[in-house]
Design a protein around this ligand. Structure first.
Ligand code: 5AD
Ligand code: SF4
Length: 439
């Protein structure tokens, strides 16, 4: 989402005459767009700011001013501290106020004062942002589109409800208009974004409230839009309508990021996730019934406060039962202000390390096994650019696997059937079966 937000900040600043440059030392303004989800996010920001300070000083000696802004969730959570510790920072703004950037820049340039905007404004930023420019992705063939932001779930470990704020959804008409503009500019694949994207409940053109499923059916009617993805989902918001959409809509890719975090009921309860491990298993079963080629990816946290060896074993068991095509796994890291950070029974670092290693080994095996099943199969690949070797073109399978073939660059931008012939460590190789768009 930060990639999308950064592009939108570019959109909002363009009318003021700002345009991207190749390196920070050429920039009149530098915005550091930050993430606060894990680890020592704030420290990373301060060390990056140290580098930017040198750039600002060198530019000043050459007679150029530089505005330094810190945006995103670290700014939201630690704005005051940033201003106190980094006197060369001019603007601190949270993720919900970047539509006001032009005004902040004007104020900073005019008065030379320092500005902090980290409240949650009553207005929705999307109502104030200019229309997005062509998406900032390779070849403009795939694009992100934020449809929902914030979260009301308050998982014990997570800062998102505090930094991104309460759940809110963009109206259907605004999402469809942005999607149509993207497709008109050549986009073939849209990834709908939201911290809780399947909790989407946007105001429809008919005055009713639309869920994600209904939105997906409407998007699927846009001619030329070959692929729709969405991320990231919560198991509790996976309703029957959305499962049915996976059965009905060929454009909805058979790849779902559905984080489970843990396989232990006790830890799921402590995490405030609102479902059990068996409920997750059952949900996966229903999804696969609807769309047999559906592959799953997930996030896992090891070492949440209170996690015993048996709890961790339950996570390993859930992974073995489910089979993930891809997964992201993390050691629990306490986030300031979250309930789990203050909880007793914190798990020692070395225990977290060994659990993470065991889990990642299992997940890696599953990922390799999944990729291996592709060898010998014919799969549609949306080609998005040239490959690393001469004569190669590259794209992705429906399951997000990078695929490369020897092929005509004229195929870039099309979805083409490819016979997979080999599995490399993180990608697949194949040969073009038929040089015509797969329908
Ligand atoms: N510690 C470790 N991992 C976390 N995540 C979120 N908060 C924390 C935390 N405090 C992980 C979750 C989430 C992903 C985006 O980041 O697995 O799904
Ligand atoms: Fe964080 Fe996701 Fe839980 Fe919301 S549902 S609190 S974003 S982990």
């Amino acid at each position: 989402m930060n990639v999308y937000d950064s592009a939108r900040m570019g959109d909002v600043l363009r009318p003021l005459g700002y345009a991207p440059v190749d390196a920070p030392d050429q920039a009149d303004m530098i915005i550091l767009n930050t993430c606060h989800i894990r680890d020592r996010a704030a420290e990373k920001v301060f060390s990056e700011l140290g580098r930017l300070r040198l750039i600002k000083e060198a530019r000043k000696e050459a007679g150029h001013g530089t505005i330094i802004a810190v945006a995103g969730c670290v700014a939201q959570a630690e704005g005051e501290e940033i201003l106190a510790r980094a006197p060369y920072v001019d603007i601190v703004l949270g993720p919900q106020t970047y539509h006001r950037l032009p005004e902040m820049v004007a104020r900073a340039a005019r008065a030379g004062g320092r500005i902090i905007e980290t409240e949650f404004p009553a207005e929705q930023k999307f109502d104030f942002l200019p229309e997005s420019e062509a998406p900032q992705t390779p070849g403009n063939l795939t694009a992100f589109l934020t449809i929902q932001e914030g979260c009301d779930k308050f998982c014990s470990f997570c800062v998102v409800p505090y930094t991104r704020g309460a759940e809110s959804s963009r109206p259907v008409a605004s999402v469809l208009a942005e999607a149509r503009r993207m497709v008109a500019s050549g986009v073939r694949e849209i990834s709908l974004l939201g911290q809780n994207v399947n909790a989407y409940h946007g105001e429809g053109p008919d005055g009713g409230i639309w869920g994600l499923a209904r939105l997906a059916y409407a998007l699927a009617e846009i001619p030329g839009l070959a692929r729709i993805r969405y991320t990231t989902s919560h198991p509790r918001d996976m309703d029957e309508a959305l499962i049915a959409a996976h059965r009905d809509l060929p454009q909805l890719m058979p790849f779902l990021h559905l984080p489970v975090q843990s396989g232990s009921d006790q830890i799921l309860r402590a995490m405030n996730r609102g479902h059990t491990a068996d409920e997750y298993r059952d949900l996966v079963r229903r999804l696969r019934e609807a769309r047999p080629d559906l592959a799953l990816s997930s996030d896992f946290i090891v070492g949440h406060p209170g996690e015993s060896d048996a709890d961790f074993e339950a996570t390993m068991a859930l992974v073995r039962d489910t089979g993930f095509a891809l997964a992201y796994s993390f050691k629990y890291s306490p986030r300031p202000g979250t309930p789990a950070a203050g909880a007793g029974m914190q798990v020692p670092e070395d225990v977290k390390d060994s659990r993470l290693q065991a889990l990642q080994q299992l997940l890696r095996q599953q990922q390799d096994a999944f990729n291996q099943t592709m060898v010998g199969q014919s799969v549609p690949v949306l080609f998005t650019g040239t490959g690393r070797k001469p004569g190669q073109i590259a794209g992705r399978s429906p399951w997000l696997q990078p695929v490369h073939v020897q092929g005509d660059p004229a195929l870039i931008g099309q979805e083409i059937m490819v016979r997979i012939t080999e599995r490399l460590s993180n990608s697949l190789g194949g040969i073009v079966e038929e040089e015509k768009e797969y329908a």
